[in-house]
Design a protein around this ligand. Structure first.
Ligand code: NAD
Length: 486
């Protein structure tokens, strides 16, 4: 791609400055950069920026012969829409600022993709990699009990979802605990999303964030205005990428980029090292290896190094950080060799790094847009739960029959025999088809809205500023409707 031109202008930082990497400060500085150009009343800007409330609590759980105290959080950033929505993170070093920052990102994410929820986020300070499953279950259930107790969870109040270190299993424990505590609530399944399909989940939720990441990258590489603006070689086919973090988002994103986008995965970074192969890595095979061996290292016919940051040095068209925040910093941004930085993780790029990348001609697809596929499909799941019906159930047969009639007419008029394809063409949409098309439409529309702001608004300087501007304007409109701001 246009790697040559970017490489010519790439500059190393002259000195290493200490950088403020507190995620809440980072999110606030991104917010301010965008809000400054929107001419909103100062009180309104403050109302949108601040986190409304944080529930920080400690709770005891019996582990073998002792009682251990765990630290939990649930932050509610904005109540301008109900319920509030956001994942639950299990990680050893979470703190209140991190959870508040992630809750704010949820508010803006929901606004960008027109999901009518306020932003929230939760966490437990625990290492899921080293904690036995029975302890994880007791911790998750007790955490849910605490949320119920303080009205921080419920189908119309606050609806958690998976995030780093949690998945279907934890969401299933949460739904079950909430259901036990609210036996008369017929909407109790809607208290959490990302559940297994057998427990009220929706087909396509597990892969949704990764699939959304693919759609966002595909738009960047195929939308003619975007490719012209960012001087990109159009098309996804044959483009190389490197992914950091091979969990839910990283794996599904990589799999879909390869299978549906025709892209080539040339490197994967994990917490214990990096693997690479310029000829391409098969994401499914790497996942199977990781599950069997507990690491991606040693994957056959790939170069393995124990340096987790070595992924930064691999030449590629698209770099996809999909692990955690603060990965691309002032100290290492000059090493990025990609033309596109696709922020699948939340907050992977520090403001200092962003300046260097933009100066070096790297196009950044911001997190608040790119990883919003998860919350989009969570919205579909919540809607399914409160409507008590699977998507496609009413229309599947009707649509199939209508297709069949059209194809019969085409066969009759043209004499072409379509019988070989008839079953595939007339089966009517299943839930997963509707979820995928709903997600695709959402990601394409949101990209166009963001790009339109970038191209047409004077103070929209890059895609992150454009994404925040679009989000802030929508949240502001709902605050303004209250009539309390001058
Ligand atoms: P996950 O726990 O499934 O996967 C994270 C992966 O990153 C794991 O494989 C882990 O081993 C790896 N990792 C941890 N530390 C690392 C390090 N220092 N270097 C390299 N790899 C490391 O989590 P996930 O759900 O895939 O979330 C990843 C990111 O995406 C997070 O920032 C999360 O907030 C964001 N996100 C997730 C969702 C979702 O639906 N799961 C939605 C939106 C945003």
């Amino acid at each position: 791609m246009a790697r040559k031109t970017a490489a010519k202008t790439r500059k190393r930082p002259t000195k290493k400055a200490a950088e403020d990497v507190n995620l809440l400060h980072v999110v606030h500085s991104q917010f301010e950069r965008a809000a400054a150009g929107l001419n909103l009343a100062p009180g309104l800007v403050d109302s949108i920026r601040i986190c409304n409330n944080v529930f920080a609590f400690k709770f005891p759980v019996r582990v073998e012969d002792e009682v251990r105290i765990y630290q939990g959080f649930r932050a509610e950033h904005s109540h301008h829409r109900k319920p509030l929505k956001g994942g639950i993170r299990f990680a050893p070093h979470v703190d209140a600022d991190e959870v508040k920052a992630l809750a704010a990102l949820m508010t803006f994410k929901c606004a960008i993709v027109n999901v009518p929820f306020g932003g929230s986020k939760g966490a437990v300070a625990i290492d899921p990699r080293t904690t036995p499953v029975d302890v994880l279950e007791r911790v998750t259930r007790r955490y849910t009990f605490e949320l119920c107790h303080k009205n921080f969870i419920g189908p119309g109040v606050n609806v958690p979802a998976p995030d780093m270190g949690t998945g279907e299993r934890e969401m299933s424990w949460i739904a079950d605990t909430y259901g036990m505590m609210n036996p008369a609530d017929i909407n109790s399944f809607a208290c959490v999303t990302g559940k297994p399909v057998s427990q009220g989940g929706i087909a396509g939720r597990t892969e949704a964030t990764g699939r959304g990441v693919f759609y966002g990258i595909r738009e960047m590489l195929t939308n003619p205005t975007a490719t012209k603006k960012f001087r990109l070689d159009p098309g996804t086919d044959g483009k190389t990428f490197v992914v950091q973090g091979f969990g839910n988002v990283g794996y599904h994103g990589a799999r879909i980029m390869v299978t549906e986008g025709g892209m080539k995965c040339v490197g994967i970074g994990e917490w214990d090292g990096t693997i690479s192969n310029p000829k391409g890595l098969d994401p499914d095979r790497v996942k199977a290896w990781q599950q069997k061996k507990g690491t991606i290292l040693g994957f056959p016919r790939a170069r393995s190094v124990t340096n987790p940051k070595a992924f930064l040095d691999i030449a590629c068209d698209v770099l996809v950080p999909a692990a955690l925040e603060n990965q691309i910093t002032l100290a290492n941004a000059h090493r990025v060799k990609a033309r596109i930085l696709a922020e699948a993780a939340n907050g992977p790029t520090t403001p200092g790094a962003e300046k260097i990348l933009l100066r070096n001609g790297v196009a950044i697809i911001p997190d608040i847009y790119l990883n919003s596929g998860g919350v989009t499909v969570s919205y579909f799941e919540w809607t399914k739960n409160i409507s008590h019906m699977r998507f496609g159930r009413m229309a599947k047969r009707f649509e199939g029959t209508r297709e069949r009639r059209s194809l019969d007419a085409i066969e009759e008029a043209t004499g072409i025999n379509l019988s070989a394809d008839m079953d595939a063409l007339t089966r009517g949409p299943d839930e997963v088809d509707l979820v995928r098309s709903g997600l695709e439409g959402t990601m394409v529309e949101a990209f166009e809205e963001m790009l339109d702001d970038l191209m047409n608004a004077k103070r929209s300087r890059d895609l992150r500023v454009a994404a925040y501007r679009v989000a802030i304007a929508k949240v502001a409109a709902s605050y303004e409707a209250l009539g309390i701001f001058p």
